[in-house]
Design a protein around this ligand. Sequence first.
Ligand SMILES: [Zn+2]
Length: 310
Amino acid sequence: MKHVIALDVGGTGMKAALLAQDGSVLFEARRPTGRERGTEAVVATILDFAADLADEGRSRFGCAPLAAGVAVPGTIDERNGIAVFSANLGWRDLPLRKLLGERLGGLPVALGHDVRSGGLAEGRIGAGRGVDRFLFIALGTGIAGAIGIGGRIEAGAHGYGGEIGHVVVRPGGPRCGCGAAGCLETLASASAVSRAWAEASGDPFADAAACALAVDAGDERAVGVWRTAVDALADGIVLAQSLLDPSTVIVGGGLAEAGDTLFTPLRDAVNERLTFQMPPMVVPAMLKDTAASLGAGLLAWDLLSMEVTA
Ligand SMILES: [Zn+2]
């Protein structure tokens, strides 16, 4: 059975799979990243995990994997296969593609950005399957995004394409970690909602999920907190709609777990704001926390098809 290695390196855990050409998962595994052990140990763990996955493939299918795809957080130079910077994992200018290629005996390796890889998987085999143009938005600790065009992700000229979390929706609003004020992620990330709800409810441990439950229970304070996030998100989506005109907006990440509590008012708020733009379908992501790993595997398959074409 032809297969590739798919690996997603997160701040706390690594998710891996062996992926068939149609995107189906043949084998899955997880390991802790163990970043408290330092950057060098993390890199050694990534290389060991990839080598073990190659062995797993050989023993299960009688043949070596054809390629490997790895998704990592932070700033990536996809063309040169370099993990440029990750505040979380501590590396700078790490030639990860080269290191993995050497460890895997010269196997072709694709290096991808975690959110853009997740977006690729959602667009191709998840909530956006069959959709040519989509926008993927992940509402987590921050807000990240990916622009899908023609079956691939547009990373931009410098690798920052799709960063919808740093679109300013409230000029002069809350300070953002990026240095600007009023960025979308200061108002509509899961962390922003958690902070706002902790303050409004007086419970320092209250989080976004608790806020969603309180909205469902009709708590007026929660409804106010939720409204602020939904309105900001709708403004961000409408801005993206005017620029990119996607047919589908796929929303994932922790906050999307709220289901209809989020999607019903969000769709209304987007539609209210549209003037000439065509309304996008606003849908929940399907692949949950395996999206980036699956996307890394798809990048590996893409690498092989590019080699055949070239
Ligand atoms: Zn920002």
